[in-house]
Each structure stands twice: as structure tokens, then as C-alpha cells.
Design a protein around this ligand. Structure first.
Ligand SMILES: [Zn+2]
Length: 287
């Protein structure tokens, strides 16, 4: 009898067309997190991404139309760890937003410090395994808010998690046999990625945000590349390639490009973005 009732209940829950109502509106700060939200929330959700393609997330400032989107959203999803200081101010202000706020960083364990500042490095989204925990968190917040969508949300979450697991396996396979493992990054964005895939971010070009490196730091980078025989120097899609180019020319290292954000053609979603990065690493190491 109980089995029949639960079967009947399962059938009812699986009936398509149960909806959020009129559909939910979610505002997300960066494209990699948007991929998770879109995959989990499903087709009835409208997902806005605040960060425009090619813009630098660290110096982003919301426009009046962004403020409107935030205010009108059912949910605002952020990276956290102080990455979007501007958002905290908006959410705390009177306009705020009518829905909830979801800070993905609350489920990130084993954080990495950002230089000597004592702050937490916020670039955890570049580790696909951490993104599995973030997916679970997004799914549990959504099912809490929309219990009538629980089945669908959890099904979407499970298929997203298996895609993230395959992505992790793919990147691991691409980078496993690299002979060279040390690289110079443009800024401290690749610590989580390097830890996951057994690479070494030996140093960064830009030690403080939007500040040209000092002549002293630049000279120390050149010495380090030569001494440690570092093969690869990376610029980033949102930055000028000038400094990485000069470093490569001075030392004979190879120059490549990495992208922390994507949202552009060819790497619009998280999966294509991460495949691009793994491939760039392999290619730039010449392997
Ligand atoms: Zn960054």
C-alpha cells in the first residue's frame, strides 16, 4: 500500500508543467556561476549575468540598469569572499533586492589565502571539483524556495554534477603527463586550479590589482623564470598582453593566454571556458 502511494506521489511530482509560477529571475555576477544556475534552475528561469564580456571583475561597477536587475530578482547569486564588494553594499542598501541572496562561498572548504593579505583567494570557481559542492548548494537553496520544483531541480543538479565530474577527468587527463608544471600567471587566480591539477603557479605578474608591477618585482620574475626554468608565462583575456610578452621575450619562456571569466564566443559557458584553459596550459608548455 505504502509503495503504491509513494509511486503515485512520485508520478504526481514528475508531471511536467509544475512551475515556479511565472518563472524565476536570477541575477548572477559572473558567467561560470551562471552556467551552474542555468543548468540547475532549468528552462523557466531567467538568468542575468552582471559582468559584461571582456570586463575585469575586480574593477566592475554596476550600472543603473544592473541595479534594477538586482532589485527585481528573486535571487542574487554571488562568488563571495569579498569578490563583489560592490554587491554587498547594494544588497544592504534600501533598494536591495526583493528576493534572496545566495553566496556560493559558504560551502567552499580548504580555502587558499590571497598573498600575504590574510584575505581568502576568491577564485575557487576555477576548480571544477569545488564547483560540484557549489552546485549542491545552489540546488538546495532553490529547492527550499521552490519545493514544487524539487524533483526537476535535483535531476538537473545530478546531471550537472556528472558533467562536472567528466570535465574534471578530462582536464586531469590533458594535464597529467605534462613534463613542465610551473608557470607565471597574470594575477593570483590560478591557485585553486593549480592545486587540483598538480601544477605550480610560481608567481604572478600583477601583485596588486590594476597596479603595474614594480621594476624590482619584474626583475625578480625574470630571475625566477631563468633559475627555475619556468616554461610558461600567461596573460589573461581581460588584461593587456604587454607584460607577459616582455617577460617571455626576456627569458625565452613561452607566452599563453588564460581566461578566468569567459562569457565570450568559444568559451561562453563554464565547460568550454575550462577546456580552453586546460588546452592553453598544455599548448603553452609545448606539450
Ligand atoms: Zn581575479
Amino acid at each position: 500500500m505504502n509503495t503504491i502511494i509513494s509511486l503515485l506521489m512520485a508520478a504526481v511530482l514528475l508531471v511536467p508543467g509544475l512551475s515556479y509560477g511565472k518563472g524565476i529571475t536570477v541575477t548572477v555576477t559572473i558567467p561560470p556561476i551562471a552556467t551552474l544556475v542555468e543548468s540547475i534552475a532549468g528552462a523557466d528561469a531567467r538568468v542575468f549575468i552582471l559582468l559584461k564580456a571582456g570586463s575585469d571583475p575586480h574593477s566592475y561597477e554596476p550600472s543603473p540598469s544592473d541595479m534594477k536587475k538586482i532589485a527585481g530578482s528573486d535571487l542574487v547569486v554571488s562568488v563571495g569572499f569579498g569578490f563583489e564588494r560592490w554587491l554587498t553594499k547594494i544588497l544592504e542598501s534600501n533598494e536591495g533586492n526583493r528576493g534572496g541572496a545566495l553566496d556560493c562561498s559558504v560551502v567552499v572548504k580548504d580555502t587558499i589565502a590571497l598573498g600575504v593579505s590574510g584575505d581568502v583567494n576568491p577564485h575557487y570557481w576555477l576548480d571544477p571539483v569545488i564547483m560540484i559542492d557549489v552546485s549542491r548548494h545552489i540546488s538546495s537553496v532553490l529547492t527550499e524556495q521552490y519545493p514544487n520544483r524539487k524533483e526537476e531541480i535535483e535531476k538537473n543538479r545530478d546531471s550537472l554534477i556528472s558533467k562536472l565530474q567528466s570535465l574534471d577527468g578530462e582536464i586531469r587527463a590533458r594535464l597529467a603527463r605534462l613534463e613542465h608544471r610551473k608557470f607565471i600567471a597574470f594575477h593570483s587566480a590560478w591557485d585553486y586550479f593549480a592545486r587540483r591539477y598538480n601544477l605550480v603557479q610560481a608567481d604572478v605578474i600583477e601583485t596588486a590589482h590594476e597596479k603595474e608591477p614594480s621594476a624590482k618585482h619584474f626583475a625578480s620574475l625574470i630571475r625566477k623564470i631563468r633559475k627555475e626554468k619556468i616554461r610558461a608565462v600567461f596573460t589573461e583575456a581581460q588584461s593587456s598582453s604587454r607584460l607577459a610578452k616582455t617577460l617571455a621575450e626576456e627569458t625565452g619562456a613561452r607566452e599563453g593566454i588564460l581566461d578566468t571569466i569567459g562569457g565570450v564566443r568559444g568559451r561562453a559557458d563554464y565547460f568550454s571556458l575550462m577546456r580552453f584553459n586546460a588546452d592553453q596550459l598544455g599548448k603553452t608548455f609545448g606539450e
